[in-house]
Design a protein around this ligand. Sequence first.
Ligand SMILES: [Zn+2]
Length: 315
Amino acid sequence: MHRGPAVALVASVVVLAGCAPSRAPAAAPAPSTTTLTATTPSATAPLVTPTPKPSRAPVAPKTVRVSPKAPTPTYRSLEKKYLVRNKIYSAGLVPAVTCALPEIALTTRKEVQQYANAVLGCLQRAWKSVVERSDVAFFSAKVYSVNAGAKTRCGILTKEVGGFYCAAGSGIYLDWQEFVEDNEYDRVWAGVYLQFTMAHEFGHHVQQLVGISEYYDERSERVKGALGLQEMRRHELQASCFASAFLGANQQTLDLYDAKFQAYRDAAYSGDDDPPASTPDHGSRKSNTAWAEAAFTSKSPSACNTWAVPAQRVT
Ligand SMILES: [Zn+2]
């Protein structure tokens, strides 16, 4: 989520886990927006606490998004098992939970934290059974509202990045001031955008729990260039897709109708096309819209197998 050029995105570390979704414009003309990408270290195994590793060079920002002959990934056996045929795809619906979010405006760090905690509680209650039906243990994530520049277990949370999931410690880090700024601009947008951001970052937590991130991270060590970027989009589109499955399942309790539903769509559909991000790592508007619509409607991670589709669906 970031405004301003997505600088050296991909401060990637060996293994990565997550970053914030794109920041879509709210109702009025928005300030320049961009996508950020903060790749962060993640665990080497779903249930093992990882050690953050050093950064590697950023992915070339000018990679062409779609080439006429987009490369198709080939997977090794365990990669097929965890990425393409993960049990989460057949784990059933994300349940509707009772989710009472506080009726507060996001004007202070404390309020952003309070709201984010409430959203996190809903996410955990909803995803726990789905994760357990995928035959892995569920454990909680935490959310931290921090200042831009804060040091985390996955490195500095920069203003450009805005937020990310850090597998080390299962923490979601948010630049709380972004939401306060959004709130000054449009309160409905700020609340829904925080919901979507949390749901996206929690999507990375789910990927971590079920072993997807481990194999994605491992592949990212050897899959570079256009194909590497395409795989980043598969990973990010899947986190956003999981977010939409949760939000669709909980549309009623979250009251995602009318202006709130429009705000959800602005957040979920934009990808990094609006405006064009320097690194196409979160997916085009077309791809984001397609995955989001399918997941919101089906309320199921079965609609989120971004690893099994042709490159054209993860542009
Ligand atoms: Zn992400």
